[in-house]
Design a protein around this ligand. Sequence first.
Ligand code: ADP
Ligand code: MG
Length: 728
Amino acid sequence: MSTLRFHAIKETLNRKPVKVKEKIRRSSLFGENVFNDATMRQSLTKDAYKSVNDAIDKGSKIDRGIADQIASAMKDWALSKGVTHYTHWFQPLTGATAEKHDAFFETIGNGLAVEKFGGGQLVQQEPDASSFPHGGIRNTFEARGYTAWDPTSPAFIYGTTLCIPTVFVSYTGEALDYKTPLLRALQSIDHAAVAVAKYFDKNVKKVNASLGWEQEYFLIDSALATSRPDIILTGRTLLGHLPAKGQQLDDHYFGTIPNRAMSYMRDLETECMLLGIPVKTRHNEVAPNQFELAPIYDEANLAVDHNSLLMDVMEKIAARHNFTVLMHEKPFAGVNGSGKHNNWSLGTNTGINLLSPGKTPMSNLQFLTFFINTIKAVHDHEELLRAAIASASNDHRLGANEAPPAIISVFIGEQLTKVLEELEGVTKGKLSPEEKTELKLNVVGKIPEILLDNTDRNRTSPFAFTGNKFEFRAVGSKANCANPMTVLNSIVAKQLIEFKKEVDALIANKDMKKDDAIFNVIREYIKTSKNILFEGNGYGDDWQKEAKKRGLSNNKTTPDALKARVSRQTINLFEELGVMNEVEIKARYEIQVEEYTMHIQIESRVLGDIARNHVIPTAVNYQNVLIDNVKGLKDIFGTGFKKHAKEQLEIIVDISRRIEAINSGVTEMTNERKKANKIEDTEKTAAAYCKKVKPFFEDIRYHCDKLELLIDDELWPLTKYRELLFTK
Ligand code: ADP
Ligand code: MG
């Protein structure tokens, strides 16, 4: 009998939901472990408090004396909560978070010691970070990257450590992390959007990009997950036959949350509350054992930090509940994958959501301006947006026939489509007073009403407008949101800058009124960016053909998709906005291409091992059982045995055939891997892994999965899909 699998199953039979202690009012826990505004107000001097707020609002520098005061207040607050260590917390390009703890403790001679934490330690640290990916920016022998405090994201306590969110930059000033370019992109969109918003309201001084992510994930019993080498090493199953029952009954989606999962969620939510992550929504997702968690949206930089922190917390809490969290985009073939919808909007300091229609025609013109500029930005940079969500794991969703597809398109719903059609017909040049009145009353003025009963939902669209925000749905569940958010905010910033130039030119050179100029520019945008709008079903061939006709990119694999990250257009975009320079852009590209290769390489090795060490030996064992059986039949029945052994003989032959296919598949795949490894050029190596190595996965899997159906269940060593997915 296959011991590990059955041992794991037995283990799960005795599981009970873990008891969790909960306060009734969550609001009383919220932000308890965060050095937030309220805490700062209490513990800082007026000057220090103002200084932090200026840094947050205006990006101004905090001087050293003040930094000392802040550090000292932070330390006292942390010590009062039992904290012993502090760390600069950052997000290197591995996609995970990084931390290196130092104790507050310091000796002061004569056998004495104190707790110390100064402004210097708060503001900057030099982790020996030579092993983080840097794409050639920083040679390993001059490992002088440093981390610098980001006051826009508050410090927090995790366990017994004070975590200080920081950026991570090289000694020569290049960004080595996800946060630095994001902060720069957020600053560009702030400036660009404020300039445009001032057409409508002179009081606008600041625009914040908001992000509300929705995190999908699978919860698998940890004993079962650990019994699968592929899950442990790659985060997904590389083989496994679909169970007789999958998700076809749709009985999991929004169903009652299973007890153990519920207890996990409660525990997780309590931790999130303490950390100031405003989680609000939880529910079952489409696939069995798949769930979703969503917070109330927040300023984008903070929301990104929260999501990175959350992914870490999710794993830690899962261990307490004997679960393994699968954050992978496609842990199970044939079962729904996971995404991380990025809900995005722009909010002003005056409390207006620029992507939400207002009550007056003027505020609706403002809405239309931002709405259409966003569409135009996506249209002009669709390939870069696709590149922003590319990863080996997300390819399984975007490249396969699963929603959303690898083609970027924008869904806006039938009603807004009609509005855009009307606006496309606006007269060129100055508008007559009648036309303007008509537009304001019957087109622009009617928008809030039409959106009220807007029940349009398109689940297959990668980028959808949902009433007062855009929802970027193609982001992978495992991804750090910083990357897609950097791209989205940059392309919209760039577009708004262009828009402002065009409108101002019409006002200055053609003597147009402001709204005439705006109508004129958005009319042209509607015409030139129509191709990106798509209301239909994103699955299947029809849309692929149609998209091709429209000239939209359809990069199904990561190596193909990533190329847009280093195109001239991209380099110009990021350099113009000051988000990244060419060195930073190329380094990132290099890192991502290498990362792709490594992922496929690891998967290929694991698959080869499992196929040869688990599947083939099991197949041989079972075949021997059958051979013994046939021999026995021969003993009993003599020459007439074939009549009774017919089926067994067929299975014996079938097993041999499949063993042959698997073994030769693994050999050929290994040879392709060796060839790919010899290629010097990283881009070509990735292409070889994608086009020469990866195609073997399906073939090898196909035969392994057939054997799973054939072989005695008692002998099968790999925990099956039905066990992984239906154990609650
Ligand atoms: P669903 O997409 O599952 O129907 P919702 O649309 O209600 O769920 O919300 C999903 C996420 O969008 C939540 O995190 C929510 O806070 C966020 N969200 C709501 N309004 C905005 C907004 N104006 N800007 C950014 N995110 C928003
Ligand atoms: Mg959503």
